[in-house]
Design a protein around this ligand. Structure first.
Ligand SMILES: [Zn+2]
Length: 442
């Protein structure tokens, strides 16, 4: 994958040695007074430099807490052509460059080298990649590996402080490796997708998440939460070698935007509405009934969470509260709505042969309850009828997305937000993408 094959010694270009004695290239050695000249071989080995590269001199400045290692290649050394791999190419010209390397204890370490362009008979003049860094990066591969390790454990700003680096430069590293790893993701086996949104900033800023439900892993994240995000997912999926037609099922909540997007971009795919979302709507409806009723029945104040739970999960205190409400005698509307919610819960346990008949009966009950919030939910279910019943066929829920969502929100809180949505999405891939990041040459 990386160029400069012969620099790793693989192609065995004649005349290269693992530890060439090029330390006397005629330049001065300002680090000599600190006794570091004797350690050039050590640095050479620690860096794992392949021929023809060698450490030519080192400069250690204890005041600036800085170690500078000057690398070079022996006069007359040859390289492989980065384009065609042909060995024996001589340096055509060179450019001086610098890379930040791992700290040497508390001292910042920097590598310096003149990087050559070679002249290949076939390909012309080409820049050679150096074995310790990727093209265009101001960091060594080892430094980047440490960055990727750190940012999985701590916010990028914290990693930047720890390393004494600008966090914008660290984000650049993250974006590079995330994109590179995403390009290698194999999507050919993906059949089932869960879609959900997550807040990217304070206020109404969202990103849409598309998750492969089998693995599970985040396949795609994009700004917004409308039908266009589904079209963007399809385009991204096909850029990665997938085929939109291979997606058989989507799991989503009953919000119309994603649904419209799926109908447009994946017309052949089945849709299952997330049962946790259905239950959430029912819970909210029960709460609305309670809030309306508590105007006439102030004793309902403070009972909100009693109606959110199943009876077997109530605490002693909540049970006492329920007793105090004297539910049967008062025939509370809230209690009726609550029973409707509890009954709906049984729906998910039914054998699929009975599911639709049950749903019809429940719908009749709810729409004749004279409880406006329950009627509204029943109608929402009516318009999503097939997708609710599809659960009995697919058994998919967005539970996985809930988990991913809470990981992302925890990271966002720890980072105290991200400077850009792009950064947030990159972090989402790092956390939930199951990406194979490869900061080191293989
Ligand atoms: Zn060539």
């Amino acid at each position: 994958m990386r160029g400069g094959g012969c620099a790793t010694g693989v192609c065995g270009t004649p005349g290269t040695r693992l530890l060439p004695d090029c330390r006397r290239l005629g330049k001065g050695a300002p680090g000599e007074e600190f006794g570091f000249m004797r350690d050039i071989d050590l640095f050479q080995q620690a860096l794992g430099l392949p021929a023809p590269w060698c450490v030519e001199r080192s400069v250690f400045d204890p005041v600036k807490r800085r170690l500078d290692l000057y690398l070079d290649f022996a006069r007359g050394a040859t390289f492989c052509c980065p384009e065609c791999g042909r060995g024996g190419c001589k340096a055509y010209d060179t450019t001086d460059r610098t890379w930040r390397h791992l700290n040497f204890f508390q001292h910042e370490a920097h590598l310096h080298a003149r990087t050559p362009r070679v002249e290949c008979e076939r390909c012309g003049v080409k820049a050679v990649e150096v074995p310790w860094a990727r093209a265009g990066s101001g960091f060594t591969l080892l430094f980047e590996a440490i960055v990727l390790m750190l940012v999985k454990e701590m916010p990028v700003a914290a990693a930047a402080r720890l390393l004494g680096e600008n966090d914008t430069r660290l984000w650049r590293i993250i974006h590079h490796y995330v994109e590179e790893a995403r390009a290698r993701v194999d999507v050919r086996a993906v059949r089932r997708i869960g879609v959900d949104e997550t807040a990217s900033k304070r206020g109404h800023h969202y990103i849409s998440l598309f998750v492969d439900m089998e693995t599970p892993r985040l396949l795609f994240g994009t700004e917004g939460r409308d039908a266009a995000t589904v079209a963007a997912f399809r385009a991204d999926f096909e850029r990665r070698g997938g085929d939109g037609g291979q997606i058989e099922e989507f799991c989503l909540d009953m919000s119309p935007a994603f649904l419209r997007g799926i109908e447009d971009s994946f017309p052949a795919a089945g849709v299952t509405f997330d049962k946790f979302h259905v239950m959430k709507l029912l819970n909210e409806a029960v709460d609305q009934v309670r809030r309306q009723e508590q105007r006439q029945r102030p004793e309902l104040k403070g009972s909100r969470y009693v109606w959110m739970k199943n009876p077997e999960n109530l605490t002693q205190k909540q049970l006492a509260l329920l007793d105090g409400l004297e539910v049967p005698r008062l025939n509370l509307k809230t209690a009726r709505a609550y029973r409707m919610r509890l009954t709906f819960q049984e729906f998910w346990m039914l054998h699929d042969d009975f599911a639709e008949a049950f749903l019809k009966r429940w719908y009749f009950w709810a729409t004749h309850s004279r409880l406006e919030p329950m009627i509204r939910v029943a109608r929402t279910i009516r318009t999503h009828w097939a997708g609710v019943l599809n659960w009995f066929r697919t058994r998919i829920t967005n539970g996985v997305l809930e988990g991913i969502n809470s990981l992302l929100q925890a990271a966002r809180a720890k980072a105290r937000g991200y400077r850009s949505t792009r950064n947030f999405i990159a972090m989402a891939y790092l956390i939930a993408g199951k990406l194979d990041l490869k900061p080191l040459p293989t």
